[in-house]
Design a protein around this ligand. Sequence first.
Ligand code: HEC
Length: 118
Amino acid sequence: MKKAILSVLALTSMISACYYDNAEELYGTTPCDASAVTWTSDIQPLLQTQCVSCHSGASASAGKDFSTYTSVKASLNSAVGRMNKPVGDPLLMPPSGKLSTCSLTKMDAWVAAGAPQN
Ligand code: HEC
């Protein structure tokens, strides 16, 4: 009996989780909250997923490493410049396509705040 209740609970939470995701995708209701952007929760994960596969280690593309705060800070202007190139520009980074407007907005907010290591 306990098991049955648990599985019903698990199933319910899975269904509601899916529903939530779909609603966001369908109606585009996810607001872009760039009011409390931090290095740890926003910028580092963004660069980690979008840039670090090419830009880290001994064979980093263009010798640029974006895997640590210090190395990102050192190349911040060129990194932001490349992210904001127009679609189709061969210099756009990442090469696979422009980051989402929300990601770019968060990046701008972080830079405007002085690119803190928060
Ligand atoms: C698929 C691999 C790949 C990914 C992912 C990638 N880059 Fe690059 N990046 C390159 C290559 C290759 C070059 C060298 C050619 C060039 O300058 O366009 C480069 C060059 C650069 C340069 C120029 C450095 C210089 O001093 O000339 C910057 C800045 C840069 N990338 C930033 C980024 C940022 C920021 C991201 C993530 C948003 C990113 N890249 C994602 C492959 C990648």
